[in-house]
Design a protein around this ligand. Structure first.
Ligand SMILES: NC(=O)c1ccc[n+]([C@@H]2O[C@H](COP(=O)([O-])OP(=O)(O)OC[C@H]3O[C@@H](n4cnc5c(N)ncnc54)[C@H](O)[C@@H]3O)[C@@H](O)[C@H]2O)c1
Length: 456
């Protein structure tokens, strides 16, 4: 039996360790965090994060071989393999502010592992980190002669929020980077053995540490780039009368391009894409690769442009003023099936609507609490309403910001009857049935779609 410890009980640490505990019943898995509230929530029936299937996995293994604790020292002492899954947000101060990764939580954890370890450890970078962080980690861990060896591995997490459990149960690949020394390769093998409990061996890729660290940043940069690419084309579609969904379908049939991640929208969000691209940009600049930095930076700029363009369209369509008009924002999470609102495009959009003096009402099935926190400084002028029907009552417009299935299933006849006329719908996710809505009397505007004649 091994003890597997994870420092950081967030969106990555919690679900990842629950799935490891499920598939490795002979090992003990301990998840530790400094946030007492979060740990209490993991120990309760109200988990701190929402993910389909998560509560079933957690309740099947909690107190069997999955444990949550705030006692980080004990968790480090017990761990044979220590995953580090603390947050690595964008730095907000000093050198590299707004771009570089803030590594303070990461470094604190490294120092604590050195201080509290009574034996050799395998330390696994689960957090997303700049290339060569493992070298810094290794230097900290060996900065005094503790008499113990620490082998640092990189094992970036590729799960997507909203499908975390599915992704963890059936990953496209698991990537493990280690040193090319006998000790490094033995540590890699120990981690391969954990994943091999349920992941087919051919999907467990091994690499050198730097390739592994860089691959995570590059994977996110490529994914975000596809969204920005199709969004850039959506602007051209609106200008020319082409339909972005038809274009996406046509190009997606090319097997070299493929159909996934070609859905035009108000833009990408989430805690990772922007942060990781900016981190990549900063790394490029550090190595003097300014053209490469500018290339990737544009992916973020296009994303912001898309949200701004959407609000421009709303204001223009609603007769150039939304002051005093009630606008129901359907969805605040950065995507469906999560309660996470970090970097959600809805934040920027609501702020701009508020700046235009609209009366904003936000509804979301999972994210209202976070929405209220994200817009706290706007005070009472923004309302939060769990029921979409009530949110739409007396509204001049509905703005779909998150593609929750439930918004497709609403009774839009009823909603139409309760709204001001003309009743506008701005579908920022192209998720609703636009022809059916037009049939009910709505004025519908979607991303990258021709506008119906009558509405022009
Ligand atoms: N969220 C995702 O979808 C996702 C996917 C892949 C990778 N990642 C990466 O994984 C890492 C973690 O992301 P997350 O979304 O889980 O973050 P998170 O903010 O949800 O969780 C991080 C946790 O670490 C804890 N923590 C911070 N410092 C600590 C310390 N010194 N000791 C103990 N606990 C400490 C925090 O209290 C927090 O609960 C980041 O590097 C992120 O880029 C995230």
């Amino acid at each position: 039996m091994k003890t597997i410890t994870c420092i950081g009980a967030g969106y990555v640490g919690g679900p990842t360790m629950a799935v490891i505990a499920k598939h490795c019943p002979e090992h003990r898995v301990v998840v530790a965090d400094i946030d007492e509230g979060r740990i209490r929530a993991w120990q309760s029936d109200h988990l701190p994060i929402y993910e389909p299937g998560l509560s079933e996995v957690v309740s099947s293994v909690r107190e069997r071989n999955l444990f949550f604790t705030t006692d980080i020292t004990e968790a480090i002492q017990a761990g044979d393999i220590i995953f580090v899954s603390v947050n690595t947000p964008t730095k907000t101060f000093g050198r590299g502010a707004g771009r570089a990764a803030d590594l303070q939580y990461w470094e604190k954890t490294a120092r604590q592992i050195l201080r509290d370890s009574p034996s050799d450890k395998i330390v696994v970078e689960k957090s997303t980190l700049p290339v060569r962080t493992a070298a810094a980690m290794g230097r900290i861990l060996h900065s005094r002669d503790s008499g113990h060896r620490f082998e640092v591995l990189s094992n970036p997490e590729f799960l997507a929020e909203g499908t975390a459990i599915r992704d963890l149960e059936n990953p496209d690949r698991v990537l493990i980077g280690g040193r090319e020394t006998p000790a490094g390769q033995a540590a890699v093998q120990a981690l391969v053995d954990i994943y091999a409990h349920w992941v087919p061996r051919e999907r467990i890729l091994t690499a050198n540490v730097w390739s592994s660290e860089l691959s995570k940043l590059v994977a996110n940069a490529f994914l975000a780039q596809r969204i920005s690419s199709i969004n850039s084309i959506s602007a051209l579609c609106e200008a020319t009368g082409a339909d972005v969904q038809e274009v996406a379908r046509a190009i997606g049939f090319d097997s070299r391009i493929g159909p996934k991640f070609l859905q035009a929208s108000v833009g990408f969000g989430g805690s990772c894409f922007k942060k990781d691209i900016l981190n990549l940009v900063y790394l490029c600049e550090t190595y003097g690769l300014n053209e490469v930095a500018r290339y990737w930076e544009q992916v973020v700029a296009m994303n912001e442009y898309q949200g701004d363009r959407f609000v421009d369209k709303i204001v223009k369509t609603m007769f150039n003023t939304i002051a005093g008009k009630r606008i129901a924002v359907f969805g605040f999470a950065f995507k469906a099936n999560t309660g996470d609102t970090r970097e959600s495009p809805a934040i920027r959009i609501c702020r701009q609507l508020h700046a235009e003096r609209a009366s904003v009402v936000v509804t979301d099935p999972q994210a209202l609490e976070y929405a209220a926190r994200d817009l706290e400084d706007l005070g009472d002028s923004v309302q939060y309403e769990p029921d979409p029907y009530r949110a739409a009552e007396g509204a001049h417009a509905i703005l779909v910001a998150t593609e929750w299935d439930t918004y497709r299933e609403l009774d839009y006849d009823r909603i139409y009857a309760a709204m001001e006329k003309p009743a506008f719908i701005f579908d920022g996710r192209n998720t609703l049935d636009h022809d059916a809505l037009r049939g009910l009397g709505f004025q519908v505007y979607a991303i990258g779609k021709p506008t119906a004649q009558a509405e022009e």
